[in-house]
Design a protein around this ligand. Structure first.
Ligand code: HEC
Length: 531
């Protein structure tokens, strides 16, 4: 049951009678009256900016519990069927009933992006295309894959690489060559013949999904974190320089303005004392934030153009300090790893090998060595902070895109390889690497997160609008689907008290998606790993 429904900061007229305990139930069926299993049934409370979703069972039945007795927009959707929607549905204190009737439709525009990318021929060229063209948005979204002339493709590719690519992530493409390739492959004309995701047949069926819309039309909810003490979700609004606290129960949002302009809030982690640490990617700074006082403290002195990316963190998702009390950060823009002593403010920067930047994931192992991945150079590697020595290794396949990795409690790195749709396991102790293909072909994962509570690894799956859980013991994946067609996710976060798993969505730009703001997505009812 959700507690505390009556809050300040939300519109008046909301229910103030205590816990949210109303249940909406009904049956989803087709025109002939046959049950439709595996449909998403979504209840949206617009003022709270919350959408709660469940999946219909084999009998077409669904029940959404713990709702407020308020007005909802309801919808049932399933790939292959036109959505059935109703606005202004007043849910009574004692709950309510609503059935849905779905009629079949052409599924083309409902298919996930990976099914379009999977239609491209496998190989190094495609891997390069995925590396360059999936880092900001989903190339399988309707806007991108619509039919274009060669000239139009060339103009768009030119626009991407010359004007929009402020992070220099698009690997040097010959514009004409890529445009000609898109035409030769008839990109967007036919999806690949790979299985269509069915949320009724995977772990999604047994979970509840809540979407929280955060910010404004051009907001960018890049990373998020769950506050261990309160369960609140915190997210940085990248272009607006605002830190947002979201109450997962009531949906209430509070915004805190950063004391500097053009910060570009990127990654967030709490420390053991309950303080929040945030990288300010566009300002070459780090800030701390005290939720008790609302005070920010800025740390300057990083290289210009460093585009500070991530912190090394521990199994609980908390900032991990080394034996000398230093935190470790990756600098995406300057091919650098940095340490910051939070007590003294001392910063030390270590240049990596190679010349391209794009240092993404960072992790501190049990021996105090600092590991990193580099997105564009096909590289993962290690910095020995004592000697300053850097070792870099190549991923087995050329044009791999080792993205934002995490480390587990046995010194194994879990590296999402975006361009080949795999999760790679690098065992530091044995110096061996193994790649596991994700359940949906040509998913382009962004981040992985080790879950210390269950010993499993979560991978965020762009293109297939999914989160996957990988169990290192059984070497099997479980799929959790989001009820969105362009759920372009970034970070994964855990609420260790409730077992909820969260992710933040931020396609760039939002207008290519059906959610025009940034969003957070929470899965509850996540079952323990099946061993
Ligand atoms: C740095 C981020 C970034 C990268 C990398 C990127 N894009 Fe984009 N893309 C954007 C943004 C932002 C827009 C929206 C532009 C607008 O409408 O103003 C966009 C829009 C598009 C559009 C739609 C234009 C339209 O018709 O509205 C296409 C097609 C496209 N991108 C293709 C690509 C391809 C192909 C690649 C890889 C070569 C790529 N993008 C890489 C940011 C990016």
């Amino acid at each position: 049951m959700r507690q505390g429904s009556c809050v300040l900061g939300l519109a008046i007229g909301l229910w103030c009678g205590g816990a949210a305990a109303a249940t909406l139930q009904g049956v989803v069926s087709d025109k002939e009256g046959k049950p439709v299993p595996g449909a998403f049934v979504m209840a949206t409370q617009g003022e709270r900016k919350m959408t709660t979703t469940v999946v219909s069972d084999a009998a077409g039945h669904f029940a959404i519990t713990d709702l407020f007795p308020e007005k909802y927009t309801l919808a049932a959707t399933r790939i292959g069927y036109a959505p059935d929607k109703i606005a202004d549905f007043q849910l009574a204190v004692g709950g309510g009933k609503r059935d849905f009737k779905l009629t079949t439709t052409d599924p083309t525009d409902q298919l996930p992006g990976n099914m379009w990318v999977a239609a491209l021929p496998d190989g190094e060229f495609k891997a390069r295309f995925i590396t360059g063209c999936t880092i900001c948005h989903d190339p399988g979204s309707k806007t991108i894959r619509k039919p274009r002339t060669e000239q139009d493709w060339a103009e768009k590719i030119e626009l991407m690489s010359k004007r929009l690519d402020i992070y220099s992530v698009i690997p040097k493409f010959d514009t004409k060559e890529l445009a000609a390739w898109m035409i030769a492959q008839k990109y967007g004309s036919k999806p690949a013949d790979v299985p269509v995701p069915d949320p009724g047949k995977d772990a999604t069926a047994r979970s509840t999904i809540t979407i929280y819309d955060v910010g404004y039309p051009d907001s960018w909810a890049h990373d998020m974190v769950v506050e261990p003490a309160t369960g609140a979700a915190w997210v940085g609004d990248y272009p607006y320089d605002e830190l947002v606290r979201v109450d997962p129960v009531t949906g209430e949002q509070k915004r805190f303005k950063l004391p500097t302009k053009g910060g570009g809030m990127h990654t967030l982690h709490f420390d053991k004392a309950g303080k929040l640490w945030i990288t300010l990617q566009l300002a070459d700074m780090v800030t701390s934030f005290d939720p008790a006082t609302g005070a920010f403290q800025l740390y300057r002195g990083f290289r210009k153009g460093s585009l500070i990316h991530s912190f090394a963190y521990d199994e609980q998702g908390l900032i991990k300090l080394d034996a000398k009390g230093r935190m470790w950060l990756s600098e995406f823009g300057t091919n650098t790893i940095a340490s910051l002593n939070p007590e003294t403010g001392d910063i030390k920067e270590y240049e990596l090998l190679g010349k391209e930047g794009h240092t993404y994931g960072i992790a501190l192992d049990s021996k105090g060595k600092v590991w990193f991945t580099k997105y564009v150079e096909n590289v993962y590697g290690m910095l020995d902070p004592d000697s300053g020595q850097v070792t870099e290794k190549q991923m087995p396949r050329p044009e791999s895109a080792p993205h934002r990795m995490s480390i587990d409690d046995e010194d194994r790195l879990w590296i999402p390889n975006s361009s080949y749709g795999t999760l790679a396991r690098y065992d530091i102790k044995t110096d061996t690497l193994k790649e596991y293909p994700l359940p949906d072909k040509d998913t382009f994962p962004y981040a992985s997160r080790f879950d210390g509570a269950t010993g499993t690894v979560w991978v965020q799956g762009n293109g297939s609008n999914s989160l996957y859980r990988f169990d290192p013991k059984t070497e099997k994946f479980t799929s959790y689907r989001m009820p969105l067609n362009t759920a372009y996710g970034r970070m994964v976060a855990f609420d260790y008290k409730t077992g909820a798993v969260w992710t933040s969505l931020s396609n760039y730009p939002n207008k290519h998606t059906e959610r025009l703001t940034g969003s957070l997505v929470r899965f509850t009812g996540v079952e323990p790993p099946q061993r």
